[in-house]
Design a binder for this molecule. Structure first.
Ligand SMILES: Cc1cc2nc3c(=O)[nH]c(=O)nc-3n(C[C@H](O)[C@H](O)[C@H](O)COP(=O)(O)OP(=O)(O)OC[C@H]3O[C@@H](n4cnc5c(N)ncnc54)[C@H](O)[C@@H]3O)c2cc1C
Ligand code: FES
Length: 421
């Protein structure tokens, strides 16, 4: 073989190698995207997507509580059970942008339950409008006493908002926060699934997507009992008429005759895994879920069973407990034993399991009742006395814990700890 032939063979081998790499890249790309058309910026299954960091929070927020004035109060459902409040800051300074899906934390001074003056009550409400407005909007559902306990008082904060907060009133508000938000840099089709008032963060996501002129397909499955309970139904129908890429599916568990003739009426019953399997094209989607814990648990496990990657499913529940995924397999035995977490009031000492994620989830997994609301370090509800040891935070808490206390929802133990819960 002469030098020319050898060079030709080497060149051919090089071409085969380059071609092989290119084909492998293409195949891998199609596999990740479920065989769909090219999607720039898609994220590999199971990849850890960016979360809000302390730096993000600092960039968009303000420290502590800021005074806002109620500018408008608007009922959003035919049964007047949902009311929006439009809020502007009293200092007149511009509002920081938030991420669609995040929430505000309110500190309300309410009449004390025992009749002795007032007491502070902290509650979180999702921002229900797209970012970039001159004001913030939250949409609040009036919470009644549980059906089986009509003797109990109705929800304190929601009743206060509905019955007493009027235009011109002032409210103390913490900066937008929360880990449940739309991945805007993403390109996959979006499936939004709302149960009841869980529609609020999804309205913000939908608004943001439509305003940015997205090329992504968006499907909204909105589960409520009937049309009278649906929030902003007319606005959603208008969006669906105006945007081809937005598919609006109303799912009524108890539809009236009139509901059945609604052009967007899609399903009589709850939003459940079989409905999604029968409705969605076979390709990769990004799922955003917000609703009551029972609905979320069935959807999260249903999507998992269907083969949807955990990294493609984002969810938030309005508390108190958050739906749990199946625990990942236990890591191989490590040489150092896990630190002991002692729950002093409950009288339990249990070796820490890193798969739990946070001390709050660890407590819940072990049958220990701990108060919580936002589960994001914003409301302070899960504050617990730490009588021994130290904790590490996932990110800097928005709600500064009192000395000697920690926030369970965003912390993990640094060695053995004793908690007063
Ligand atoms: C991140 C996040 C975002 C949220 N976004 C929204 C939103 O956009 N819109 C919205 O409407 N809500 C939202 N919520 C829920 C909201 O924060 C409140 O939890 C909700 O408004 C109920 O608060 P409340 O004070 O009215 O009710 P609570 O006073 O907390 O009462 C809750 C229930 O307990 C019952 N109750 C009263 N006393 C007792 C007793 N002794 N024993 C047992 N039960 C009792 C009440 O009758 C009521 O049914 C969100 C929550 C979170 C965590
Ligand atoms: S639950 Fe809100 S700070 Fe932990």
């Amino acid at each position: 073989m002469n030098t020319g032939e050898l060079l030709l063979i080497l060149l051919a081998l090089l071409l085969v190698q380059v071609g092989g790499f290119a084909l492998f890249g293409l195949w891998r790309r199609r596999r990740l995207l479920g065989g769909g058309a090219g999607q720039a910026g898609a994220v590999a299954p199971g990849a850890v997507l960016p979360r809000t960091t302390a730096a993000d929070t600092a960039a968009v927020g303000w420290p502590g509580f800021r005074e806002f004035e109620v500018r408008r109060k608007v009922y959003e459902s035919a049964d007047r059970s949902i009311c929006s409040f439009y809020l502007s800051p009293l200092d007149g300074a511009p509002l920081p942008r938030f991420r669609p899906g995040q929430f505000l934390t309110f500190r309300l001074d309410l009449a004390a339950e025992d009749g002795s003056g007032t007491e502070s009550v902290v509650r979180c409400y999702s921002l229900s409008d797209a970012p970039g407005r001159d004001d913030y909007r939250v949409s609040i559902k009036r919470v009644a006493a549980p059906p089986k306990r009509p003797d109990l008082p109705p929800g304190r904060a929601s009743s206060y908002f509905h019955d007493q907060v009027e235009v011109g009133d002032r409210l103390a508000v913490r900066a937008p926060s929360g880990q449940f938000f739309l991945q805007q840099e993403d390109a996959l089709p979006v499936v939004l699934i709302a149960g009841g008032i869980g529609i609020t963060p999804l309205l913000s996501m939908l608004g943001a997507l439509l305003e940015q002129g997205t090329k992504r397909d968006i499907r909204l499955f909105y589960g409520v009992r009937n049309g009278a309970e649906a929030a902003m139904g007319e606005a959603l129908r208008k969006c669906a008429r105006a945007h081809d890429r937005f598919h609006f599916h109303l799912c009524f568990s108890a539809p009236t005759e009139a509901d059945r003739s609604d052009p967007y009426f899609y399903h009589a019953g709850r939003v459940a895994p079989p409905l999604l399997r029968n409705s969605l094209p076979l390709r990769r989607h990004r799922f955003y879920l917000c609703g009551p814990p029972s609905m979320m648990e069935s959807l999260i496990s249903g999507l998992e069973a269907w083969g949807v990657e955990a990294g493609d499913v984002f969810y938030e529940s309005f508390g108190p407990a958050s739906p749990r995924r199946k625990a990942p397999p236990a890591p191989a035995e490590s040489a150092t034993p896990p630190p002991l977490v002692t729950f002093n009031v409950s009288g339990k000492s249990i070796p820490w399991d890193p798969a739990a994620g946070s001390l709050l989830e660890f407590a819940e997994a072990n049958g220990i009742e701990a108060a919580s609301s936002c589960r994001a370090g914003s409301c302070g509800c899960c504050q617990t006395a730490l009588s021994q040891g130290a904790v590490a935070y996932h990110h800097e808490p928005d709600a500064e814990p009192d000395p000697g206390h920690c926030l369970l929802c965003i912390s993990t133990p640094r060695g053995a700890v004793t908690l007063e819960v």
